[in-house]
Design a binder for this molecule. Structure first.
Ligand SMILES: N[C@@H](CCC(=O)N[C@@H](CS)C(=O)NCC(=O)O)C(=O)O
Length: 86
């Protein structure tokens, strides 16, 4: 079964993050939220993995994807196969 672990690195005042989070809500997809402003471990992980501190960044089984429009397109394309919130 295709059920990658999804983690979204974000902060709430970022409009690109809000765009992605709204789509996650619409599609009811299970995604672990990592707020880089509230959680310094998540911030450090993002920077050490990618060399960047840009959000949003969706980790798909630990593989980072940047660009809100690419993330939203990927979520829509894979929505049927992804784990949903109960
Ligand atoms: N084109 C990007 C823009 C992302 C972006 O500019 N994010 C800002 C926050 S709103 C950011 O993380 N800036 C810090 C940085 O890039 O180092 C997208 O659509 O995801």
């Amino acid at each position: 079964m295709f059920s990658p672990k999804l983690e979204l690195f974000k902060f709430d005042a970022c409009p690109f993050c809000v765009f992605v989070m709204d789509k996650i809500d619409d599609l009811n997809i299970l995604v672990e939220m990592k707020d880089i402003q509230r959680d310094s471990e998540s911030y450090k992980r993002l920077v050490s993995d990618t060399g960047k501190r840009t959000v949003p960044c969706l980790y798909i089984d630990n593989k980072p994807m940047f660009e809100s429009s690419d993330i939203v397109a990927w979520l829509i394309e894979n929505s049927d196969k992804l784990e949903k919130n109960s």
